[in-house]
Design a protein around this ligand. Structure first.
Ligand code: FES
Length: 266
């Protein structure tokens, strides 16, 4: 039996789409930006260098938490859980699979990469090139339903990122101080929290499975806050990719002594 636009009962239209606008633009831009980001993140996580600026106590989010014996001792705020890592293995191996799972199963990114990479479909009102469609009801896409659990892990990881920012306010030899890097890390972590809280699963956890809101005023209030953020989820998804990259890049430049951190206090 044929599927998609060729399924029985669908109008028989020979054209792939009747859209006359430039519908290819959005998936192409998404493809380029996501591919570029993944390439950068891959190279940085396997590089195993320039991830920690000691005097400023800046740890790159791509290396946090740094819990292997290969990490600089001052960067091991959570202790040493593993021995030395061989080349090319990311130091943040305990969190990266969960972060990757969280982003990959995010409802917004799903929509984006289904369109940009799998063309399933490439845009609204444009027939996909695939003959079959089983949605997310079979392996491997049924795994997308694990998103709510990845959300829990992402919440814990955001706490770790927050701890890194707190440490950045305590540079070596001082009880308090901050510089431009601290501000960049702070903005990044605030936006990461906003992205995590604006998640569709979070919205459901807070306001779902209730018969009425009148008996749950606190949850109703929180649901209202999350719903407002949820409306910005797409923007937060892209903004946090940018701030993660910029934070890592800034730490890499300072840690490699390519630039000096602009200090405001200490
Ligand atoms: Fe995007 Fe949950 S829907 S993070």
């Amino acid at each position: 039996m044929k599927n998609g636009t060729a399924a029985p009962g669908r109008a028989s239209i020979p054209e792939r789409t009747l859209r006359t606008d430039n519908w290819r633009k959005a998936p192409i831009i998404t493809f380029i930006l996501l591919s570029g980001w993944v390439l950068y993140a891959f190279l940085r996580t396997v590089w195993q260098a320039a991830y920690f600026a000691g005097p400023e106590h800046y740890l790159s989010p791509f290396y946090s938490p740094c819990v292997t014996a290969s990490c600089t001792p001052e960067a091991r705020d959570f202790g040493t859980w593993f021995g030395h890592f061989p080349a090319l293995i990311p130091f943040a191996i305990v969190t990266l699979p969960f972060l990757l799972g969280f982003r990959l199963t995010c409802y917004y990114y799903r929509r984006s990469y289904y369109r940009a990479f799998w063309q399933s479909p490439p845009a609204c009102g444009v027939a996909e090139p695939h003959a079959g469609y089983s949605g997310e009801t079979k392996f491997p896409l049924i795994v997308q339903n694990l998103h709510r659990y990845f959300w829990l892990a992402a919440g814990l990881i955001s706490i770790i990122n927050t701890w890194d920012v707190v440490q950045a306010f305590r540079p070596a030899g001082h009880s308090f101080g901050f510089g431009l890097g601290t501000m960049i890390m702070l903005i990044n972590v605030v936006l990461l929290w906003a992205y995590t809280i604006s998640c569709h699963s979070c919205r459901h956890i807070i306001g779902g499975k209730l018969r009425n809101f009148s008996r749950h005023p606190f949850r109703y209030k929180m649901w209202g806050v999350v719903s407002k953020l949820n409306a910005k989820h797409m923007e937060l998804a892209w903004t946090t990719l940018a701030t993660l990259l910029l934070t890592d890049l800034y730490v890499a430049l300072v840690a490699s002594n390519t630039i000096s951190d602009l200090r405001f206090i200490n």
